[in-house]
Design a protein around this ligand. Sequence first.
Ligand code: 5GP
Ligand code: MN
Length: 345
Amino acid sequence: MENYLENTDVAEIREVLDHSNNIIITTHTNPDGDAIGASLAMFLYLKKRGFNVRVIIPDTFPEFLAWLPGAREIMIFEQFSEQCIEFIRQSDLIICLDFNNLKRLNQLGDEIRRSDSVKVLIDHHLNPAVEFRYKISFSKISSTSELIYDFICESGYKDLLDREIADCLYTGIVTDTGSFSYACNYVKTYLITAELFRLGIDGEHIHRLVYDTYSESRLRLLGYAVSEGLHVLPEFHAAYIVLTLDDLKRFNYQVGDTEGVVNYALSIKDINLAALFMEREDNVKVSFRSKGNFSVDRLAREHFGGGGHSNASGANCDTNVNETVNRFLALLPGFWDELRHVYND
Ligand code: 5GP
Ligand code: MN
């Protein structure tokens, strides 16, 4: 297998890990399957090696990930900030997974920034910040979970991989590739996946646990988003969905319920840019998706203060929902030519 870890700080991270006692693993707000899968895989691996380790995340995670091994041990900063701050104070190493900037952790990010612990980043987003001592940052890979698999093997602990760790890693890979439908052109992803099956995972069962556990209201929210919330702008090869607080209340919104909704806007033929605007109490959560070489990381970074990957990015905006949508609409004429000529390289 190709070694993606060359030119990263893998050796330094191994070394600092060997000399650590109290380790914190953390990931980004609004965590997805890769964020939680990679964190729990690392957690289970480090526990097996005998470290005192905790997973602390900024806010709650979706119910469809609650079955993952170790999920019940995750500490949520929003709910237990005092205890979390104490654990951060006692830690000597903080492993940051699946994000590229501590800003993505809100208040928890502030606490981590203040901490003297060694900060390590393992991530696959573009443009990692400089605030981490050591990094494994590689954006041409499906998921952080894939990097964790490599990291464990490269550290000489392949024999510690087991079914539970494999469940977590597979969930991360499946969710970050939309069940192998994007970011999925790398042979390595399938070689790693094959190894995970060798460890005994049940792919069909995991698929049902992650994707076939909708509540009725979640499915109706999706139906509403697609039939009422969707706006299509064929001239700009763009489509967007708006969900207001009232819409979300009407469908009894729970964390994770809008996961994947934006992809439906992108599934329309000749639509190359899709957006989801979700109104929240004090901000608007924006998700961008694109096809081919149109970079929504750049769009999110340059115009909405966010970021992510070339074909999947996001932002949190302080402007109200109308202003945020209007900012997006005002940008489209400038991208007209680019959006007409999207190609897949
Ligand atoms: P999603 O739309 O699924 O929430 O996020 C898509 C991608 O964009 C993910 O890789 C996520 O990490 C990134 N992303 C989402 N929101 C933000 C944000 O507010 N800031 C930055 N920098 N990245 C984000
Ligand atoms: Mn990821």
